[in-house]
Structures are given as structure tokens and as C-alpha cells.
Design a protein around this ligand. Structure first.
Ligand code: GDP
Length: 487
């Protein structure tokens, strides 16, 4: 099953529960069964599905003993989201035992960090090496690529051409057939201070290695020798998502052969084949962190993987406000925007509240939403960040054209321009404006902004959803490690 389908089934299961007038045991059991069925159809391992079902079940039982008035629907949804995240994140409890700590490259590090990519032939290893190097180049690293794949004809040219396209220094040999020798030469060249490339300040050397069609002994032995000769700081295993549950055995086999890392990139998550959910959950069960996912053949189609963001944004289309604010903050650091734009009070506070540990103390008013939109607009070319906002706000599952999303933001801002200070700053604008007695407020805003009443109501509903989501996510965000610190 394609991931989007898994997402739709999960959203369907939660929506079904939301529709029920009373959330009794039967509704909860039905919801759990629907979630389990969706996961099994997405090729998630049976053991994992059973564990997820049991965990959600016990979380819900605990909730039943809570004081009356607890919003059960919301609590169940929360439990489902939490369990899905745990399923995909070894650090949060997927699998057994603790995940090993792994090396994180640092800008300007001397000598340069060495990251070696391994994997089966056709997994997307060569493509991912270039994507990985380019990803780091865009965030301020000075990467270099070394081709130690002397097995596959064409690998050298593929890497050389793509490196040239991305403007990344490259080393490879048409004459040397010993992969260990090429790798050592390449690493020495970029690490050696006398060389021109080193003088350019190379701080990250990405080594592409040979693959084979299966995890045969010769491949594992070659990897072992390469690791011994180049002493990589990190070994990254590249796996194709379409192999589904087989990812479990493959990851274990590789982990047993190379000591360093066992960190994984799962490619072809954009594909139509089933297995995305299966591969990701199988990897988590091996306790190997997934650091990136490949989402296409283009060089920019590489996404840093964070289980929380992935579950809420990609699977459930709920948006990922903390992830969104992380991204905005990162972008601002890069662009030194804060300095030249002179952040205004509320925007500064908004950023602060959402990116630091305060969380729930902040009231997400309509004015705060307005500021959030202004931030999105200022991002300009980074407009794709809007996909981090809830799907409802920006259309179905965030698939709309960016232009449509920006239009919607403008429309909402126009509506808010016609609101009074009391409406913009009220803690519960929905309550303030939606009661029968207050109907005139909605009519006034609609008239003032030249927009239909239905759009004003839609804005209020979306605002309420975001405010609820923020209050739900705030405590989790506090605990969460910033994805940026991971790799
Ligand atoms: P290698 O043998 O492991 O080095 O594999 P390649 O890097 O040559 O990739 C094999 C094929 O998979 C190529 O056609 C790539 O364009 C394709 N590929 C790699 N990553 C992705 C991805 O994330 N999505 C899609 N759709 N294709 C990918």
C-alpha cells in the first residue's frame, strides 16, 4: 500500500471515531481494529502491529480511569499518534533496547568527517550519496565525494556527473580496480592539508561503495575492509523502501558486518509500491535510526527523517507546527533574517514560545495566527514550508499548488484585517463570534473583508484546530530533540 493510502486509512479510522456520538468500548475497539488493519495492509510486521494495538489499548484503558470531562476522542487520537511515532522511532521505544548513539558531522571539522555509504545494488546508494553531500552543502558544509564503487560499470560516471552538476569536488579512478585503494586515496586527498581541495576547507567526505545484488559474503567482506582502511566516522546503510518487511533482516545483516553507525536512509518513499510503512517500522525494530528518506530521483528529494513530524505531517496530514517552527528558525538563522527585518514583538514571542520549552503558557490567538502567516510570507522561496501546516488549513493533504496555499493565506489575512482588537486578541474567538447573539460579528467581518460568511467560519474553525493541536503538541515538543541536532 502506498503511504498516502495508509494515511487515508488511518485518518478514516480516526474520523469514524470522531463521528460517534458516544465513545464507548465498542467504538474504541473498532477504531483500534481499523488502525491495525491499515498497518497490516501497509506491510507493517505483524509483531509490531500487535504491540502498537496493545499499547494504544492500555493507554486508552488508563484514560478511562481519568476524571470525567476528559475529551476521550482527543485522548485516543493522541494515543494513536504517539504509538505510530514510537513504532517508527527506535529512540522513542520502537524495538527493544536503546538505539546506539551515532556520529553527527560538524561544519568546519578538521580533519574532515568521513561518511561511508553501503547497501545493495539498485538501492539508490549512489543517488543518495550525492543528495546527502548536496544537503550538507546547502546547510553550509564543504563536502566532497569519493567513488569506491569499482564493481558496477557506470557508477563512476554517474557519481562524477552528478557531483559536477551539484558543484561538489569528486575523486574516482578509471584504472584502479581495488575499491579499498581508491577509497583510501580519495579520503587522503580531501583530508590532506597540502592538497588544493583541503585548502578549500573540505569538512565532509562522502564515500560511495560497491553494492551487490544480495548481501553475499564478498560484499560484506569488502565493506569490512573499506571500513578498516578509511576509518569512517559514520557508516550509512541505504535501503529501498519497496523491500518492505525484508528491511529487518537486511539491516541486521549489515549491522553485524560494519561496526560504525548502522544509521539508515530509506529510499523510494515516493514510490507506488507497497512497503514504505513496512520498511520504516522494520528498521525501527532493529534499533537503527532512520536519518533521511529519499522521496524522488531529483537531488533535492531527500528529507531529514523525524518520526513525530513524519506521522503527523505525511501520514495523518495534521500538520507539524513544532517542526514548522524549527524549520523557520533554522531558515532565519541561515538567512540572518531576524537582523535585517527587525522582528516585531508578537512574532518574536511566537517563535520563542514554539521553539523553546515554555509551550502551553502561550495563547494562540487569531493575532498569533496572523503573525504566523506573515512569517510564512516572508520566507518567500521557502514557501514549501506551508506543507507543515495542517492539511485542512491548506487543502487536502497538503497536495495543493504552493500558489493556492499562498492565496488561501492571503484570503485569511484579509478576513483578519476586518476584525476588531477584541476578536484578534480573544482567547477563544470561535466562542466570541459563533454564538447566535454574536452572529453580527461574523456578518460584519464578512462584509468588511468582502468575503462570504462561510470563509470567516472556516478561518475560525481552522484557527481552533491549530490552537488545539498546539496545546496537544506543546508538551511533546518540549521533550523532543530538534531534528537538526540529529545529523
Ligand atoms: P545504487 O546501485 O544503489 O547506487 O543505485 P542508484 O543510485 O543508481 O539508484 C538506482 C535507481 O533508483 C536509479 O534509477 C535512481 O534514480 C533511483 N532512485 C534512487 N533514490 C530514489 C528515490 O528516493 N526515489 C525514486 N523514485 N527513485 C530513486
Amino acid at each position: 500500500m502506498v503511504l498516502a493510502q495508509l494515511g487515508e486509512s488511518l485518518v478514516g479510522a480516526l474520523a469514524q471515531m470522531a463521528k460517534s456520538t458516544v465513545v464507548d468500548d465498542k467504538v474504541v475497539v473498532d477504531c483500534l481494529n481499523d488502525v491495525s488493519r491499515a498497518l497490516l495492509q501497509a506491510d507493517v510486521r505483524f509483531e509490531t502491529v500487535r504491540a502498537v494495538q496493545a499499547s494504544i489499548g492500555s493507554a486508552v484503558v488508563n484514560l478511562q480511569s481519568l476524571a470525567a470531562g476528559t475529551d476521550r476522542r482527543r485522548a485516543i487520537k493522541h494515543a494513536v499518534v504517539d504509538e505510530l511515532r514510537r513504532m517508527l522511532d527506535p529512540a522513542a521505544g520502537g524495538g527493544t533496547g536503546k538505539p546506539p548513539p551515532f556520529f553527527v558531522p560538524r561544519k568546519g571539522r578538521k580533519p574532515a568527517s568521513v561518511v561511508m555509504f553501503v547497501g545493495l545494488q539498485g538501492s539508490g546508494k549512489t543517488t543518495t550519496c550525492v543528495k546527502y553531500a548536496d544537503y550538507h552543502r546547502r546547510t553550509g558544509f564543504s563536502p566532497a565525494l569519493v567513488c569506491a564503487d569499482t564493481f558496477r560499470a557506470g557508477a563512476l560516471d554517474q557519481l562524477r556527473q552528478n557531483a559536477a552538476k551539484a558543484g561538489i569536488p569528486f575523486y574516482g579512478s578509471y584504472t584502479e580496480s581495488d575499491p579499498v585503494r581508491v577509497a583510501v586515496e580519495g579520503v587522503d586527498r580531501f583530508r590532506n592539508a597540502d592538497q588544493a581541495a583541503a585548502a578549500e576547507g573540505c569538512d565532509l567526505i562522502v564515500v560511495d561503495t560497491s553494492g551487490r545484488h544480495s548481501q553475499e559474503a564478498a560484499l560484506l567482506e569488502e565493506m569490512r575492509q573499506l571500513a578498516e582502511a578509511t576509518r569512517p566516522d559514520l557508516v550509512v546503510l541505504v535501503m529501498d523502501a519497496t523491500i518492505g518487511q525484508a528491511a529487518f533482516d537486511q539491516a541486521l545483516a549489515f549491522k553485524q558486518s560494519v561496526e560504525v553507525g548502522a544509521v539508515i536512509v530509506v529510499t523510494k518513499m515516493d514510490g507506488h509500491a507497497k512497503g514504505g510503512g513496512g520498511a520504516l517500522s522494520a528498521v525501527a525494530a532493529t534499533k537503527s535510526p532512520v536519518i533521511f528518506i529519499g522521496t524522488g530521483e531529483h537531488i533535492a528529494d531527500l528529507e531529514a527523517f523525524d518520526a513525530r513530524s513524519f506521522v503527523s505531517r505525511r501520514l495523518l496530514g495534521m500538520g507539524d507546527l513544532p517542526g514548522f517552527m524549527d524549520k523557520i528558525e533554522d531558515a532565519m538563522t541561515t538567512m540572518t533574517m531576524a537582523a535585517d527585518q527587525g522582528q516585531e514583538g508578537l512574532e518574536q514571542q511566537l517563535l520563542h514560545e514554539l521553539t523553546t520549552v515554555k509551550g502551553a503558557s502561550f495563547t494562540f490567538t487569531l493575532r498569533a495566527l496572523y503573525s504566523l502567516f506573515r512569517l510564512v510570507q516572508r520566507m518567500g522561496p521557502l514557501g514549501h514550508l506551508v506543507s507543515f501546516l495542517p492539511a485542512g488549513l491548506l487543502g487536502d493533504k497538503g497536495k495543493q499548488e504552493e500558489e493556492g496555499q499562498q492565496d488561501k493565506i492571503k484570503r485569511y489575512m484579509t478576513i483578519m484585517d476586518s476584525m476588531s482588537a477584541a476578536e484578534l486578541d480573544g482567547a477563544d474567538p470561535m466562542k466570541l463570534m459563533m454564538t447566535k447573539q454574536q452572529q453580527s460579528r461574523i456578518n460584519r467581518v464578512a462584509r468588511g473583508s468582502g468575503r462570504p460568511v462561510s470563509q470567516v467560519v472556516e478561518l475560525l474553525q481552522e484557527h481552533k484546530r491549530m490552537a488545539e493541536m498546539l496545546s496537544e503538541l506543546a508538551p511533546a515538543h518540549v521533550k523532543r530533540k530538534r531534528p537538526n541536532n540529529k545529523h
